[in-house]
Design a protein around this ligand. Structure first.
Ligand code: DQA
Length: 139
């Protein structure tokens, strides 16, 4: 199985940015652990990060594989363009957040992506991504 893990704006700063919320490991550290986890599950994980909405849309449109795991950062809460791009995709789609977005500011409780994905995993730190790999694979 081929799975694309997309991280959106400011997630490249993971490790430095609000470590009490997002932890002190860098995105590269986390991606290395996701890659190892995916390999253990006989999947190949591809990684993409961008701070730009259009680049994230291009990555979604251009992907040909089994599953997309997307942490769209703050775009989650208002990007109808990313929502439209996801809507067109027929593969398994999982929205991911490291933090529990429902336990934070009100604006984070609203996702315009949730209605167009198969499911949402949030609140488990970097493990949210590993749980999303399991969700793509299924039982
Ligand atoms: C986030 C939650 C978003 O609200 C925030 O804008 C992020 C990270 C998370 O992983 O918890 O950038 O998606």
């Amino acid at each position: 199985m081929k799975i694309l893990i997309i991280n959106g704006p400011n997630l490249n700063m993971t490790g430095k940015r609000e470590p009490e919320i997002y932890g002190s490991e860098t995105l590269d550290d986390i991606n290395a652990q996701i890659k190892a986890y995916a390999e253990k599950k006989k999947c190949s994980a591809l990684f993409f990060q961008s701070n730009c909405e259009g680049a994230i849309i291009d990555a979604i449109q251009g992907f040909d594989g089994d599953g997309i795991i997307l942490n769209a950062g703050a775009y989650t809460h208002y990007s109808y363009a990313i929502s439209d791009a996801l809507k067109m995709k027929k593969c398994k789609k999982v929205e991911v957040h490291m933090s529990n977005v429902f336990a934070r500011e009100d604006f984070r409780s609203k996702s315009v992506l949730s209605p167009v994905v198969d499911g949402v995993i949030c609140g488990f730190g970097k493990d949210s991504y590993m749980l999303a790999i399991d969700a793509v694979i299924g039982r």
